[in-house]
Design a protein around this ligand. Structure first.
Ligand code: C2E
Ligand code: MG
Ligand code: MG
Ligand code: MG
Length: 288
């Protein structure tokens, strides 16, 4: 009986695994076409300076509108792109599109707006990464200081010596460097002082349950305190509610990103917000 059950379980899993493998293969095939067919596009999420209420930067986030399946989230297609190596052309497209958009905003009179672009491990470790970034900056005419590259802890911790060299190469070119999803990996702030990093992004998962979750509150507090003493800029991700904002503000977190302020949106939609200059009135941020 046990044997039979075992076999059934095995068959069940194998059928499910086949279906999944097939879905992945389908996605891989259509992702190859997606770039050429123009199915990928970028949305941009504002990053705010709390004191002034001004938008200091925007994070570019990739979207894929599949002709039959509709909108596919990056959690689904980025890992496939990474596994298959498609992340290289995809990442280059993201970088070029984001830099061109930032340059266009600058030309339209939005001064000093920084564009943040997510970089995957495969891109960062590619021998031609630096040249690609430089070429794109040249082509688009964007000031390197207005480009921020977001890297996760695991990317820079994978091969520390190589990572420090690549980061230094980027830094001497004046490119801004951020650690994304900070706190979820295996690095520590004291370790990060060896990296030429400009800022850290406090991971959404620690922001989600502050101020009520005592552990998360302690972690966020510790990150803010240490970032302060190491002279790193800090931005909190995933700020959705006023109580989160209040907690962060009290502990001198100056920059924030999250649905509370603005969702990621197409470039055309942001133009309207830029014309007002503020994402929210500063007064409205402080009250209560
Ligand atoms: P991420 O870089 O940490 O980006 C932040 C994610 O949090 C985005 O999800 C954003 O829409 C979401 N978010 C922002 N504010 C809030 C909030 O207040 N509440 C909640 N619940 N979520 C919020 P998205 O766009 O689905 O992207 C997911 C992940 O996919 C990104 O996480 C990033 O790791 C990856 N990704 C997206 N675009 C790219 C890309 O062009 N290249 C690479 N390599 N990865 C990308
Ligand atoms: Mg990011
Ligand atoms: Mg993040
Ligand atoms: Mg992430």
């Amino acid at each position: 009986h046990a044997k039979e059950l075992g076999r059934n379980t095995y068959q069940f899993f194998s059928a499910e695994m086949n279906a999944r493998a097939l879905e992945k293969l389908n996605l891989e095939t259509s992702l190859r076409q997606a770039l050429k067919r123009g199915e990928l596009f970028l949305v941009y999420q504002p990053q705010l300076d709390l004191a002034s209420g001004r938008i200091t930067g925007v994070e570019a986030l990739a979207r894929w509108r599949h002709p039959e399946k509709g909108l596919i989230p990056p959690e689904k297609f980025i890992p496939i792109a990474e596994e298959t190596g498609l992340i290289l052309p995809l990442g280059e497209w993201v970088l070029r599109t984001a830099c061109a958009q930032a340059r266009a905003w600058q030309a339209a009179g939005v001064p000093g707006l920084r564009i943040a672009v997510n970089v995957s491990a495969r891109q960062f470790n590619h021998p031609e990464f630096l040249e690609t970034v430089e070429r794109i900056l040249q082509e688009t005419g964007l000031d390197p200081n207005l480009l921020e590259l977001e890297l996760t802890e695991s990317i820079v911790m994978e091969n520390v010596q190589d990572a420090i060299m690549t980061l230094t190469d980027l830094k001497v070119r004046n490119i801004h460097l951020a650690i994304d999803d900070f706190g979820t990996g295996y690095s520590s702030l004291t370790y990060l002082k060896h990296f030429p990093i400009d800022r850290i992004k406090i991971a959404q998962e620690f922001v989600r349950d502050i101020p009520n979750d005592a552990d998360d509150a302690a972690i966020v507090e510790a990150i803010l305190a240490m970032a302060g003493s190491l002279n790193l800029e800090v931005i909190a991700e995933g700020v959705e509610r006023k109580d989160q904002l209040g907690f962060l503000h009290q502990r001198r977190c100056k920059e924030m990103q999250g649905y509370y302020f603005a969702r990621p949106m197409p470039a055309e939609q942001l133009a309207e917000i830029f014309s007002r200059g503020l994402a929210r009135e500063p007064a409205c941020l402080y009250e209560g």
